[in-house]
Design a binder for this molecule. Structure first.
Ligand SMILES: [Zn+2]
Ligand SMILES: [Zn+2]
Length: 258
């Protein structure tokens, strides 16, 4: 599998508008983070996870030119706001419709924000069209592998945790979560790559701190773990030095092959 981190920043992006804080070295390109999203290539199937406000530029920067299916982890604006730009991918698909999977909250937000994309076919030439479905516990992609999903608590809402398996490799992707339920931990066991939410240093009601993420990563013991959805409180170079072996801060444009 090929896994691309398109964006690795928190909901406001890093740095946020009118950033006045210190501590983040803006001369380091890896500290400039767009909203969190990722792209997974599974034996020829191209799967896009989330589409935030910078989705179009992320696709251009990371060479994403085809999407077979779209997974929305949850309906927060930093993950859903760029979905209109799926129009370009709809243009390239048969019937100009893209399969979209999410949880109840995500599907509700998609219908509220993009009602014109829910009509079964594009309402105007070039408009997006979503075939929106509830994400099953296991989505079988035949020869390309399978994607398992698990419910993750995220403050007042829930997020889809996603585990990708293809060609004997496994990648677990758990963004936007306050903690990992036992099922999520079990599903991630034996992963080649584990991606975890690690918002900042201080406790937060709906995200994990970097310390909580380190503890979960150590317990799961993936070959390598990456922390994403980080705020301006986490400087790339400072934390890369501090993190235990096999753990890293993810950055925009990072590509992994497993
Ligand atoms: Zn988020
Ligand atoms: Zn969120």
């Amino acid at each position: 599998m090929r896994f691309k981190f398109l964006g690795t920043g928190t909901s406001q992006g890093v740095p946020p508008i009118a950033y006045e804080g210190g501590g983040l070295n803006l001369a380091c390109a890896k500290n400039w983070r767009t909203r969190t999203s990722a792209h997974v290539e599974m034996a020829g199937k191209h799967v896009q996870i989330d589409a935030g406000p910078e989705f179009r530029m992320q696709c251009l920067n990371c060479g994403v030119d085809w999407i077979d299916l779209f997974l929305l982890t949850h309906g927060h604006a930093d993950h859903i706001a760029g979905m209109d730009d799926l129009r370009r991918f709809c243009d390239r698909l048969p019937d100009n419709v893209i399969d979209v999977y999410s949880n109840d909250y995500g599907l509700e937000r998609i219908a509220a924000m993009f009602p014109y994309a829910m009509k079964g076919k594009p309402t105007e030439r070039g408009y997006p069209c979503f075939n929106a479905m509830k994400m099953p516990e296991v989505l079988d992609l035949g020869k390309s592998g399978r994607i398992s999903s698990v419910v993750l608590p995220h403050g007042p809402v829930e997020t889809l945790g996603l585990v990708f398996e293809s060609g004997g490799a496994k990648i677990a992707y758990y963004t936007d979560c306050k903690e990992l339920p036992q099922r999520a931990i079990e599903l991630a066991r034996g992963a080649d790559v584990l991606v975890l939410d690690a918002l900042k240093l201080k406790k937060h009601p709906s995200h994990m701190t970097i310390y909580e993420a380190i503890d979960y990563a150590a317990g799961i013991g993936a070959k390598v773990s990456y922390f994403t959805h980080t705020t301006c409180h986490i400087d790339y170079e400072v934390w890369e030095e501090k993190l235990p072996e096999g753990m890293h801060i993810a950055y925009d444009g990072l590509v992994l092959e497993v």
